[in-house]
Design a protein. Structure first.
Length: 185
């Protein structure tokens, strides 16, 4: 029984090391554009975390293709807000279509896309999950908090699509994670 436990621990450690190595290959370069998939307030939280980490970024909540001019990295917060969608005057379907068009343009321009889920369990469910499903499989890197991945949605998407995934215990660690990935300029 002890040998089996040791083998399982070795396999888990090896898998984690490989995941970390793959995640280490994704670099975030400036200029950085932050936008939302779902119009939650998570864009403001992410921007504040990046400012605290001294990472310059621009926030455009309803970013379109024209907002990508000169952008090197696109950080998309994943989480729906009925209030945010209403304030933006768009439906869930219109928001998904906007984000998909934005991802198409980013792909054409060779922009690094990072999907971030920092809203935890509160930003999950029928309003948020369609935005996660639209963006996460197309990201170059996923960053999420453990409490937002309790059902393994980000782990499954990362595994199915070969996308590096970084799971964090605290939202406050997002700024440090992004800073550690900044390209030397």
């Amino acid at each position: 029984m002890t040998a089996i436990m040791a083998l399982l621990l070795l396999a888990l450690t090896t898998a984690t090391a490989q995941e970390d190595a793959a995640a280490g290959d994704v670099t975030i370069a400036s200029p950085v554009l932050i936008t939302s998939a779902g119009q939650s307030a998570d864009t403001a939280i992410l921007n504040a975390l990046l400012r605290r980490a001294q990472v310059e970024s621009t926030v455009v909540d309803v970013a379109g293709e024209g907002d990508l001019d000169g952008v090197a990295s696109l950080l998309i917060t994943l989480g729906g807000s009925q209030k945010g969608l209403g304030a933006a005057g768009i439906s869930m379907n219109e928001e998904v279509a906007r984000v998909e068009a934005l991802l198409d343009a980013a792909d054409e321009l060779g922009i690094t896309v990072v999907g971030l889920h920092i809203g935890g369990e509160g930003r999950r469910g029928p309003l948020s999950d369609p935005f996660i499903q639209a963006v996460a499989p197309r990201a170059h890197l996923l960053i999420a908090t453990n409490d937002g991945n309790q059902d393994g949605i980000f782990s499954a998407i990362a595994d199915e699509n070969g996308i590096p995934l970084v799971l964090l215990d605290r939202v406050n660690d997002v700024g440090t994670e992004v800073t550690g990935r900044l390209a030397n300029e």
